[in-house]
Design a protein around this ligand. Structure first.
Ligand SMILES: [Zn+2]
Length: 273
């Protein structure tokens, strides 16, 4: 009986501790989000992130808050001699946080560290091994580990941001993998708002994935990068890039896919200037 009482007390204390920690974290995040956004950081985002320039003002303000939390909670490590500057941090954070706008932000809970190399940095096989998605296309080499870091090459980050309409954006791509991996499986389905949404998601994205595989086989042109035909996880990452960078083309050519992503991200980039 005594053991049972001690057990109950321990459970109650553990739950109280977890609730207290979550409340403290949320309060800290609210404070960070309310801080004024540094003028220098805004200038970096304006200069380096064309998508930021297209954002409506209310979303820009929301993004500023998300970036402050992201930069306070994630650590950046320069590899291969790259120095981590505010330019590196803000350029990456501003794009990663686009994926969190308008939704209860989870801030990529499994991610602690972003490793940044100066140049495309390895020549591994393009693969998904259950834990790591490795992307080896020359213009957007990066990695997203399920319970580990995101790895980015700074030249690919800069290349991806130099053209806002080519649907090649390594930061959006790798952080889409992070969203996808939040539920423990890199399967092309991030955590959706309601259980009921998975059926439509699987139907629409499954059909679009097969259609992209078909276009790839027949060497037909596509709004979506053919790299998305290699795995459902890659399809979601590539579709996310196109959703933000080619929203009008996607809306026209893949209306159902656009609608699914619009409902998921709660954003309508086709309507942005
Ligand atoms: Zn990928």
């Amino acid at each position: 009986m005594l053991a049972l009482k001690i057990g109950i007390v321990l459970v109650v204390l553990s739950v109280a501790f977890l609730i207290g920690r979550r409340l403290a974290r949320n309060a800290r995040r609210r404070r960070l989000m309310a801080l004024p956004f540094a003028h220098d950081w805004k200038a970096i985002a304006e200069r380096n992130v064309p998508l930021y320039r297209r954002l409506p003002e209310d979303l820009k303000a929301q993004l500023h808050g998300l970036v402050q939390v992201f930069l306070a909670e994630k650590s950046f490590e320069g590899c291969g001699g790259l120095e981590i500057t505010d330019e590196v941090r803000v350029t990456i954070a501003a794009q990663a946080c686009m994926l969190l706008l308008n939704r209860p932000p989870t801030f990529f809970p499994k991610l602690r560290t972003i490793l940044v190399y100066p140049h495309t940095y390895v020549a591994r096989d393009s693969s998904f091994d259950g834990h790591i998605v490795t992307d080896e296309e020359s213009s957007r080499l990066g990695e997203s580990w399920q319970n580990g870091p995101v790895v980015l090459a700074w030249d690919s980050v800069k290349g991806g941001t130099s053209n806002a309409a080519d649907a090649h954006n390594v930061v959006l791509h790798e952080f889409a993998h992070q969203l996808d991996q939040e539920d423990g499986a890199a399967d092309g389905a991030p955590i959706l708002a309601h259980r009921s949404r998975y059926v439509a998601w699987a139907r629409v994205l499954g059909a679009e994935y097969e259609a992209l595989q078909d276009r790839k086989r027949r060497r037909r042109r596509s709004v979506l990068d053919k790299y998305g035909a290699t795995h459902p996880a890659e399809f979601f990452a590539v579709a996310t890039e196109a959703f933000f960078e080619k929203p009008r083309q996607m809306q026209k050519r893949h209306p159902e896919l656009y609608e699914e992503l619009r409902d998921h991200f709660r954003l309508d980039p086709a309507a942005w200037s």
